[in-house]
Design a protein around this ligand. Sequence first.
Ligand code: SF4
Length: 457
Amino acid sequence: MTTNAQAFSRAVLAWFDEYGRKHLPWQQQISSYRVWISEIMLQQTQVSTVIPYFERFMQRFPAVEQLAAADEDEVLHLWTGLGYYARARNLHKAAKQIVSAGEFPKGQNALEQLPGIGRSTAGAISAIAQGERAAILDGNVKRVLCRYQAIDGWPGQTSVTKQLWQLAEQCTPDQRFADYTQAMMDLGATLCTRSKPQCERCPLQQDCIAHRGGTQTEYPNRKPASQKPLRHTRMLMLVNEQGNVLLHKRPPTGIWGGLWSLPELNADTDPVEHAALHWQLQINEAEIWQNFVHTFSHYQLQITPLKSLLARPAHSIMEQGSWLWYNMQHPQELGLAAPVKKLLQRLSDQLQIGYRPRPLTITQEFSMSRTVHCLKLNKDAPGLALPPYPGAKGQWIFDNICEEAWKQWQDHQTRLINEKQLSMMNPDDRKYLTGQMDKFFSGEEFDQAEGYVPEQK
Ligand code: SF4
């Protein structure tokens, strides 16, 4: 262990002695079995939620033998509300393996062989219950170490994970492993939190590189956005003798569902032949415009615009059902796909038509596909159709929170309201819920409600 690593663990242990949690149920009558159950329950679930589940579980299955002998339905029943039921199934399976082996496996490597136990969980059981020096690297510890050393790169990358494990091993002291393990988990959960680390109270602040540089929230680095596939299409702007453009209504499902759009052609389709064959229209050779890219949540669409004029007046009836000649001087109130609106504007500029799309009603405007980089889930995902309520906060949610995360909050809010018997008529209750919502979206610890199902990572 280097001097720096010694200083690190000394500071963490001194902090733990004063502020660490020492009265949690699994910190009493410590055994491999009890620590194992608590560690599995605590995966992606907060301490306050886990405590009642742990106590009920221990009452019914005080030792691994009772768990192994239980019916799986009963195990799952006691797990109901904690989510991630694979954790409960693996516990049950592992309990049977332990009982048939005749003893609880000892040491990080042996523990890792059991279903549902990864290296970090095995390290925690080993260090806390078996008196063996073993490192842990759960999400909380990763965050602390990434910030302390300003480690660049996404922790899911093999090279970064390897670096973090090395550091975790180095920092683990040669004695008091159990306290150190608990201390690191506590530090990450209570001080070095995701969005608002309380560095002023942190025992590591003096040497923490991210703290010194004021870059705490940049670490751990986010997962790099994956490259979206690029697809291609060509959009035909066919203009008739009145300067109107041919549009068609898209099917109700799929991209731009139900919106009006320009006809699309494959790369190898000749527009002149296509118009004659499918629309009985004679059109001039198409002019190719500069292409551009439109981004969807899962792919990018490269659009090559083609412009053509009718060579002869149209005799075929186009204005039926899903087709119309769109009047750019006196536009109808239609929902237009976003790139189509852009192209119509350019076309009218070129034709010198005073095109001003009619303002759409808010529902039409926002029903168009939009994606946000969701701060809560840290991924690109479909955004809300409208701000959930007026004002700056509603706008902030609209800009930064995706539909999926908003739904998660609404479900959680419902549980909080039911469990705490809150009333939206009561200003204090409303204030409490707003505070909880801020914490929920910013990654700070928020109050759990019985039956809360943690978000999938
Ligand atoms: S000083 Fe701040 S950023 Fe650094 S480990 Fe402590 S709480 Fe985290």
